[in-house]
Write a protein that binds this ligand. Structure first.
Ligand SMILES: [Zn+2]
Length: 135
């Protein structure tokens, strides 16, 4: 693992208390995609205590936006999927294509706008112990 970087202020956390983000499926998926694209930074995603409330607010906002995007995606799928049916020209390819468009909308939103949840448990980086001088 690389540096511990706060996802809010982008500063490296070197000591003291910090929080980790929840390693959920979305995080793993995003990491896999970014590794494939060669844009993964390999940092450990953390949150410093001063930004914890802000991160929680951002997460709430993200969850609302995700619902909105999912509704938009569903509407797009229905509209695109209904078109060939309405024109009496049912085409499995077109229906499959509209589903793909819907999935892409949600996936792109999640990959580029994802706000991770905060792990409940806080962690502490112990400062490096200074060597005791022999008397
Ligand atoms: Zn921070």
């Amino acid at each position: 693992m690389g540096k511990k970087i706060c996802v809010v202020c982008r500063e490296e956390i070197k000591s003291g208390k910090f929080y980790r983000v929840k390693e959920d499926r979305a995080i793993k998926l995003i990491r896999a995609i970014k590794t494939r694209l060669g844009i993964a930074q390999g940092n450990e995603l953390c949150i410093c205590p001063k930004d914890i409330e802000e991160q929680k607010e951002k997460r709430k906002k993200f969850e609302k936006e995700l619902i909105i995007y999912s509704i938009v995606a569903a509407v797009v799928v229905v509209v695109l999927g209904a078109m060939p049916i309405l024109t009496g020209n049912i085409n499995i390819g077109a229906i499959f294509g509209s589903l793909l468009v819907g999935v892409m909308i949600v996936l792109l939103f999640v990959v580029f706008k994802y706000v991770p949840a905060v792990d409940a448990e806080s962690k502490v980086i112990k400062p490096a112990k200074k060597k005791r001088k022999k008397r």
